[in-house]
Design a protein. Structure first.
Length: 229
């Protein structure tokens, strides 16, 4: 469905969802309750950037976990959501193994979570999560549009140390942190040091943020404007 700049956002996404529910979902599997499936979509969108929790999703929509897993598989197969896998290896057993949930269309995610305008979204509780969603998807698209498949992960251990994104290339892990700030400092990259314990070389790190120009935060980490993406 081509985007018409003159078409109101709500009308566009409402038509998109109707087409998706009535055609694509039925082609993939039989969803008996389209209203419940739409509620499931909204519940998933409200959790963008969070660890995937089937029990929570199922409870919010009043379905069982088996159905929640089946429906999320539909969303992933049809290109609605993306599951970012956690980095894991045999060196440490204290890494979490649950993926994080993202929407490949950030506009759809904002529509499903019912933010009426960019201004209300920017001031709202989900602004950081939706910015993270957009930044991740733009990075993914930069690879996909060049016919490449990125090796990307996130890091989180049981001590709650987290790195938003790890890009693996040539046996090297490049850490990336997403921040909704125009004045980041080196504390944004404080968890990059955990990579020293893994079985990969650590590459140059980045904090992608709302600055207008790039600037080094240290010899190993740069602050990169989101606009560069």
């Amino acid at each position: 469905m081509a985007l018409d700049d003159t078409l109101p956002r709500d009308l566009f996404y409402n038509a998109y969802l109707q087409t998706y529910l009535q055609r694509d979902v039925r082609d993939l599997t039989r969803v008996g309750d389209e209203r419940a499936f739409l509620l499931f979509l909204r519940a998933a969108a409200a959790r963008t950037g969070q660890l995937l929790n089937y029990a929570d999703l199922a409870r919010d929509v009043d379905i069982d976990q088996k159905t929640a897993k089946a429906w999320l598989s539909i969303l992933e197969t049809s290109g609605i959501v993306y599951l970012l896998q956690p980095y894991h290896n045999n060196v440490t057993k204290r890494l979490l193994k649950t993926p994080k949930l993202y929407f490949l269309d950030t506009g759809l995610c904002a529509y499903l979570t019912q933010w009426s305008s960019p201004e209300t979204l920017e001031a709202g509780a989900m602004s950081g999560a939706i910015l993270e969603n957009w930044l991740l998807v733009e990075i993914l698209k930069s690879w996909w549009h060049n016919g490449q498949t990125p090796a990307v992960y996130f890091y989180r251990d049981k001590e709650q140390r987290e790195i938003d994104l790890l890009i693996e290339r040539d046996n090297t892990l490049y850490p990336v942190e997403f921040k909704k700030t125009a004045s980041p400092n080196l504390s944004a990259a404080k968890h990059f040091t955990v990579l020293e314990k893994l079985d990969r070389q650590a590459g140059h790190g980045a904090v992608i943020c709302l600055r207008e120009t790039d600037v080094p935060l240290s010899r190993e980490v740069d602050a990169i404007p989101a606009g560069y993406l």
